[in-house]
Design a protein around this ligand. Sequence first.
Ligand code: CTP
Ligand code: MG
Length: 533
Amino acid sequence: MQQPTQGPDAPSSSPRYQQPRRGWGNPAPLAPPPPSLDHFPPLGKENPEGKQRSPHSVPSYQRADQPHGQQPHRPKAGPLASNNNPIAPRRFDRRPPRLPVAHYEQFFVEQAANLEKVAKSLLEEISPPDEETVAKNELLHLLQGICRKLVPTAVLIPFGSLVTGFSTASSDIDCVFVAGPLNDPATPEVSDDLPALLERSLQEEDFDAQLLTRTRVPIIKMKQRAAPGIGEIQCDIGFKNFLAIHNTQLLLCYSKCDVRVKQIVLFVKWWAKNRHINSPYRGTLSSYGYVLMILHYLINIVQPPVLPNLQLQPIPQGTADSEIHYKEGGSEYNIWFAKDITNIGPSPNTSSAGELLRGFFDYYSYKFAWGQSVISIRTQGGLLTKQDKDWCMAKSRPANTSDGAETWEVKDRYLFALEDPFETVHNVGRTCNGPGVRRIRDELRRAMDLIKFRGDGGQRLERFLCEEAPPERPFVKKEDREPKDPNASMSPGAENENAAEEAANSGAAAGGKAAEDLVLDTLDAVKELSLNS
Ligand code: CTP
Ligand code: MG
């Protein structure tokens, strides 16, 4: 017999509805599955008494000012919300009416305008005075003279914020000692005893200089005493950090592409310093890391983009190989990026720095997937996954100090994954430990809450956004937590180095990066220790 295909006797398309119901007398057949799970109100709740709703009645959950197609948040039904409870608040009456989208846009404009105002007044305050920049350049010149007494062809190449223009009043000088011109194959290697000789020369010239050797690469940390009108200037002299010279040039080129880059970087750096989330040795992020976060937002996230991807620009014919490849320590790096930005043209994005800052805080507060994504500014789209890079689990590996005497374990952490644009095995965010990442994220959300606050013309934002956070707990070495021999003495320098080493061990100087980076972090540790003492 032919089965009916329609009507009550037709078989259900789903086998589930063919099951005979057990028990409960004579049950009614089950309703067919809903065509869509996005059904609202929930199935079975609609019109429970079987009454016909007037075609003109407005459901209680739909406000008159509700924009078309936008459903309000439905509060969960709790015990108080029961229909039988006389004191139960009426469902959907508890929240203020939602505002139409147009109103939100107006708030974004208001928030961005407040932020722009705050940023403008702050930038004037935090940019280092011209005299300080002049003094830093003079100090660099003086130091180069001292180096040349030891190696006549020596050059001190600056990198970091002094070159990029991202320095604030408290920024130090970062530089690297090279025994001759950088790209000249005839330039000799720096001899092993040179760092100690240079330390002595600097001390003879009355500088407060200290050579750190309990690091993978030696580094001299020195400072020039404060002069009238100019504060103390700190300077770090490294002996191998050549990739940093290239990545500094990349940052400088991005800064030249658009004036808003520098404004945003200076603001975010100042905010991060004051909120104490810019201390690599305490488990948070370096200034360089914050710059990479900003570049990712400006290249890949904001629409239209503010910056082009300079590393993805075509390589012009005839470009020297030294501009494309760089070899160091047995590894080769692709260091190509477009340096001629005159062909690139201005960005079609005309947002103010305030609007972009708002977007930056919003993106990292609510949209960026901290657990899964890797920021990779060299890549199309700017994001990779931790799986792609095998950056899911922390890894430990042994490391040697520059004097060859000691070894320690460094930990490569990937809680916050921020790929270096050239040294792609290096996670710039590796200094961030669990509490550090949480603090950075909390601070981003705190900033966003302040930005969203409205109705006071931005006064609250101005007062609290970059307000100095309460002091952090002083850094205590592991061995200091244990009772120690009161007769044991240690020079303050050695103590600093030990602390720096521990900082290195405890995560500030984890691996997956060049030894030079380790040195930078270790120096951060020493710097902060001396500031705290
Ligand atoms: N650097 C690096 N890898 C890191 C950290 C730093 O290569 N993990 C290099 C970069 O070239 C960077 C420079 O070191 O530009 C200085 O880093 P940092 O001190 O973090 O940035 P600055 O812009 O100098 O910030 P500040 O003004 O706070 O000193
Ligand atoms: Mg610096």
